[in-house]
Unconditional design. Structure first.
Length: 210
């Protein structure tokens, strides 16, 4: 069995080939593909049903909701939303400072809240004296910040994928974001594996090899 010094004496090409061979040995059993495909089909059907139901509900709302409505607890709604946005900014800053993987989730949530803030500011202030300020704020503050957050999350996902691709023994450029497969769940494994702890999906490396 090769020890650490043997691995150090290997060329980069030899270590790459070794990683490829180990990845092939750890490949999942192809026999589980049929059950996994059935589960993916059920999940896709459920998503399609939800989309159709939501589209129908949007049509009902568009036809029945009043054009103007006096809302209750207006202050509580906006103050609560801005508190959530403030907390998201704070957690995102902490995750960036500590360089934690949860930063990806924080950036996505932050971008979502900023887009919601811009949307409701502009729509709810339409035909009021504050519309111009809300529109400028959305164009020059909320939406640019949301774009920066999404771009940062995208870059971190690609970096993570590049590192995983390297240690799987794969070479070449990182694929586009929409083409990157889910990490930790092979194509022939059910999506329920995402709910399983990572300690049951892959071995823990005790000592770095390369």
């Amino acid at each position: 069995m090769a020890d650490y010094e043997d691995l150090r004496r290997m060329t980069p090409q030899q270590r790459l080939r070794l990683r490829q061979m180990l990845a092939e040995l750890d490949a999942p059993d192809p026999a589980a593909g049929t059950e996994s495909q059935r589960r993916r089909t059920i999940l896709l059907a459920a998503v399609i049903v939800c989309c159709a139901a939501l589209a129908a509900w949007i049509g009902v709302l568009a036809a029945t909701l009043p054009r103007y409505y006096r809302a209750g607890d207006w202050r509580g709604a906006w103050v609560g939303f801005d508190i959530a946005l403030l907390m998201t900014f704070a957690v995102t800053g902490w995750a960036a400072w500590r360089r934690r993987q949860i930063l990806i989730i924080c950036l996505v949530v932050l971008a979502t809240l900023l887009c919601c803030d811009a949307w409701f500011d502009v729509v709810l202030n339409a035909r009021t004296s504050g519309f111009q300020v809300s529109l400028l704020s959305a164009i020059f503050i909320e939406l640019p910040l949301a774009a920066v957050a999404i771009q940062g999350a995208r870059r971190l996902v690609r970096i993570t994928s590049a590192v995983m691709q390297r240690y799987r023994g794969e070479s070449g450029p990182v694929p586009r974001l929409r083409d990157i497969p889910l990490a930790g769940v092979a194509s022939d494994r059910p999506l329920s594996d995402l709910l399983t702890g990572p300690e049951h999906q892959m071995p823990v490396a005790r000592t770095p090899v390369d």
